[in-house]
Design a protein around this ligand. Structure first.
Ligand code: FNR
Length: 383
């Protein structure tokens, strides 16, 4: 039995258990993958200040995110095709989030549908929407999210056009995999995954069935999204989404102060400083490097969160210290899910929580609300 102690252990197990095309789909960034790698390495540069002989008993990492209680400032990010990483993957991840007391976000591009998640969980979850050309289809999805009692809508703004991920093109990514010789050989070495998939009927983008033609036999994910997603997205469209939805609105994919200010004017309840995990604009800075200027500009007007590169509780603490009032995790969840299903996501969340809690103590604090830049070594963090 493998002893799992950290997210990297889960990643290694995930790589062994999941077909190559889905592993590569997650473990990739656009073009050179420079921004993808920077998201992680930027965290390594930031150093923490150790304190001693301070009372470290009775600690709490509890916070609220858009007014909703969370056991730590971490939400599961929307991740497309999660149900291909493990059979019924979104249900597994949502259940693990519910048990851990943190929010789960379902992607537009999920395999399991909004209704599947509502049926298998009891905590309210969040739904992520992309701006699609077909506004009626969007309005119907918003109505379904309301009917499922989703407690926030995450509108992702950074995918008007899609960043090229070389690996997906080379692998001929599709859901489910097409039966080419290479795929069959690869699948033969992943018996757990294959058996799981045989046991579920959820093999396609169930949120989109009935909204968009040909989704179940798409030729390539990139070609399909380029066709469906709206390249003309404007702030007027965001006002339209806000009106249709009427609840908490989180705008994701903000990297510049000017856009953060426009997001505040548009009435965002929270914004996520995000470069889509390095999957869109290759060459963009690491999210953690973009965070401080945005916090300084709008942190007193809206909740500023960040995602990209979070692989540990130390990373969450550093983001919090720099002013992020929430974080989202994408790959850390996927690694756990592909490795061990719901138990793997639970493990990932436990690792992150424990690391966050103990690191906060090492830095001399018992409550996150007391943590600020003073826990960071001057000269090691972005201004
Ligand atoms: C994503 N992301 C994403 N974002 C979104 O709004 N809708 C989506 O469908 C997806 N799909 C998706 C698939 C995969 C495989 C990854 C890795 C990411 C981006 C995601 O929400 C988040 O911004 C990043 O994953 C954060 O970076 P880390 O935590 O993966 O480093």
């Amino acid at each position: 039995m493998t002893v799992i102690t950290c997210i990297e252990d889960l990643r290694q197990l995930y790589e062994k258990r999941v077909p190559r095309m889905f592993y590569d789909y997650a473990d990739s960034g656009s073009w050179t993958e420079g921004t993808y790698r920077d998201n992680e390495s930027a965290f390594r540069r930031i150093k923490l200040r150790q304190r001693v002989a301070v009372n470290m008993e009775n600690r709490s990492t509890a916070v609220t995110m858009v007014g909703q209680a969370a056991k730590m400032p971490v939400a599961i990010a929307p991740v497309g095709l999660t149900g291909m990483q493990h059979a019924d993957g979104e249900i597994h991840a949502a259940r693990a989030a519910e048990k851990a007391g943190i929010p789960f976000t379902l992607s537009t591009m999920s395999i399991c549908s909004i209704e599947d998640i509502a049926e298998h969980t009891s905590a309210p979850f969040w739904f992520q929407l992309y701006m699609m050309r077909d506004r009626d289809a969007m309005a119907r999805m918003i109505a379904r999210a309301k009917a499922a009692k989703c407690s926030a809508l995450v509108l992702t703004l950074d995918l008007q056009v899609i960043g090229q991920r070389h690996k997906d093109l080379k692998n001929g990514l599709s859901a489910p995999p097409r039966p080419t010789l290479g795929n069959l050989v690869n699948l033969a070495t992943k018996p757990r995954w294959c058996l799981g998939m045989l046991g579920t009927k959820r093999h396609t983008f169930r949120n989109l069935v009935g909204h968009v033609k040909e989704v179940s036999d798409m030729k390539s994910l990139a070609a399909w999204t380029n066709e469906q997603f709206d390249p003309r997205l404007s702030w007027a469209d965001i006002a339209w989404v806000k009106e249709q939805w009427g609840g908490k609105l989180i705008l994701k994919g903000i990297m510049e102060v000017v856009d953060a200010e426009l997001a505040v004017q548009a009435g965002a309840d929270a914004i996520v400083v995000s470069n889509h995990g390095g999957r869109q604009l290759d060459g963009a800075p690491a999210s953690i490097d973009a965070l401080p200027a945005i916090v300084a500009a709008v942190g007193d007007k809206t909740e500023v969160w960040m995602d990209g590169g979070i692989r540990s509780g130390q990373d969450v603490l550093k983001a919090w210290a720099l002013g992020a009032r929430g974080t989202m995790i994408g790959r850390a969840m996927v690694y756990g899910l592909g490795a061990m299903g719901e138990a793997g996501v639970t493990k990932a969340l436990q690792c992150i929580h424990k690391e966050l809690d103990v690191t906060m103590a090492f830095c001399g604090h018992t409550r996150l609300t007391d943590v600020g830049r003073h826990i960071l070594v001057p000269g090691t963090f972005p201004q």
